[in-house]
Write a protein that binds this ligand. Structure first.
Ligand SMILES: [Zn+2]
Ligand SMILES: [Zn+2]
Length: 259
């Protein structure tokens, strides 16, 4: 069984055929999906998709690009939502200096509130980082030295330095369809020393469809292509790659086992 550790099933792209999208994924062997919350205003909608569908879980959090849109999120608000059965992760949070839709200080403040939530609940922190490696590493390293929490860098597009640092901090790296792109050689190289027991796979759908679907709407079914590309990169069989990434998912998101 494959796991899509990060998708956005509540996005308008899936509005007309969400049931078919989930059914197609399951038929392709994708038995578990985590649909990711990006704004508190969307949380109930995200949660209801998880609640309605077996094998679908969700997170709670505010995307860094949305962290200036609303009242500043507090750890307590996030912690309250984690009592819900199908909430298994915190995020996505982090720093995005590429788009910089939100002020950097607001992004950092929001990131720290999510970290407090991960520390308090033991649920993994799902980190989005774009053109912000230095600050991401500094904040994660400083905070983990005060109180441990589990880290997942999602949709990895960073450097070998970031990947190696996260592994040293005990964290995990999730790879998306980007690893199938021809121009992503530096990203494939950066993953070279990440141990197999620290890697997850995701689609980040509806965005970033892997080759051969590039440019189309992405959906959880296509995590099969990410698995294929990762197996080639790590020189193992597709079956072995599926087995390992699924085990890694359940080790990290251990609340999914009890739900
Ligand atoms: Zn992201
Ligand atoms: Zn995302």
């Amino acid at each position: 069984m494959l796991v899509d550790s990060h998708c956005h099933l509540n996005f308008p792209d899936f509005k007309d055929d969400i049931d078919n999208v989930i059914a197609r994924a399951k038929a392709a062997g994708v038995g578990v999906m985590q649909t990711i919350c990006t704004e508190m205003a969307e949380f109930e909608e995200v949660y209801s998709i998880a609640e309605r569908n077996e094998g679908v879980f969700c997170s709670v959090g505010v995307h860094p690009n949305d962290s200036g849109k609303q009242e500043i999120i507090s750890a307590q608000e996030l912690i309250d939502k984690t009592s819900r059965k199908k909430v298994i992760g915190i995020g996505e949070t982090g720093l995005d200096y590429h788009y910089e839709y939100s002020d950097r200080e607001l992004q950092k403040h929001s990131f720290l509130e999510h970290i407090k939530t991960a520390q308090a609940t033991g649920l993994p922190l799902i980190v989005h980082t774009r053109d912000a490696d230095e600050d991401t590493i500094k904040i994660l390293s400083d905070e983990i030295s005060k109180s441990y929490f589990k880290i997942l860098i999602h949709c990895f597009t960073s450097t070998k330095h970031l990947a190696d640092t996260i592994v040293k901090l005990g964290g995990y790296i999730s790879v998306s369809g980007i690893i199938t792109f021809k121009n992503a050689q530096s990203i494939r190289n950066a993953l070279s020393d990440v141990p197999l027991d620290r890697i997850l796979i995701e689609t980040d759908s509806p965005f970033l469809a892997p080759i051969p679907y590039r440019g189309k709407r992405n959906e959880p079914t296509y995590v099969t292509e990410v698995n294929k590309a990762l197996s080639t990169l790590k020189n193992i069989s597709e079956e072995e790659c599926t087995k390992i990434t699924t085990e890694n998912f359940f080790r990290l998101f251990d609340k999914a086992k009890q739900s």
